[in-house]
Design a binder for this molecule. Structure first.
Ligand code: IMP
Ligand code: MG
Length: 182
């Protein structure tokens, strides 16, 4: 049943079935933890989280609404640590139970920044769900309440994750062949 991976992919890190199973497990955890809450606001971070969020929210039973933010790093290096909001939420989150949904935690700067910004807006609670986190010390320092997978410190694509806006819609998470970004 496993089709050949895309020719640009060196190896598949997490296959589609494993992702789908993990999403169901995360949704079950979230359902359990929010069972006594009237409603959860899922905040997806564009663009990377949109595929993960679309599967996650459809697996949830707890009443929820969905909104989006988009951020961009200042300059070309993701390591500068400066993050800027380029699309903000439509409504106030004051008094709401907010679950931030991210694709991947790499340096951790984006998540750290968003957690600070959203906390300052006075939600009833703020938790974070990330599909994946890289095995690097900086990333490990940022709190993630619901984590899909821990992955090696390599550039990955698929299931929402991109390289220069390509390979986002692969159903699995894979490592690009080096010649693709050379
Ligand atoms: P940060 O370094 O934790 O701030 O990650 C910033 C953003 O870079 C993430 O939300 C992703 O959108 C993107 N990113 C980081 N690592 C990868 C990767 O391996 N593949 C695709 N996108 C990535
Ligand atoms: Mg992202």
């Amino acid at each position: 049943m496993s089709a050949k991976p895309h020719p640009d992919i060196e190896r598949v890190l997490i296959d589609a079935a494993s992702i789908q199973q993990r999403v169901q497990e995360l949704a079950a955890e979230i359902d359990r933890d929010y069972a006594d809450k009237p409603r959860v606001l899922l905040v997806g971070v564009l663009k990377g989280a949109f595929i993960f969020l679309s599967d996650l929210c459809r697996a949830l039973n707890v009443p929820h609404a969905v909104d989006f933010m988009a951020v961009s790093s200042y300059g070309m290096t993701a390591t500068s640590g400066a993050v800027r909001i380029i699309l903000d939420l439509r409504e106030s989150i004051e008094g709401k139970h907010v679950l931030l949904v991210e694709d991947i935690v790499d340096s951790g700067h984006t998540l750290h920044y968003l957690q600070q910004v959203l906390t300052s807006r006075g939600p009833a609670s703020l938790r974070t769900c990330a599909l994946s986190r890289k095995e690097r010390p900086e990333a490990m320092g940022v709190p993630v309440d619901y984590l899909g997978f821990t992955i090696p410190d390599v550039w990955v694509v698929g299931y929402g994750l991109d390289y220069a806006d390509t390979h986002r819609t692969l159903p699995y998470i894979g490592v690009l062949k080096p010649e693709v970004y050379r």
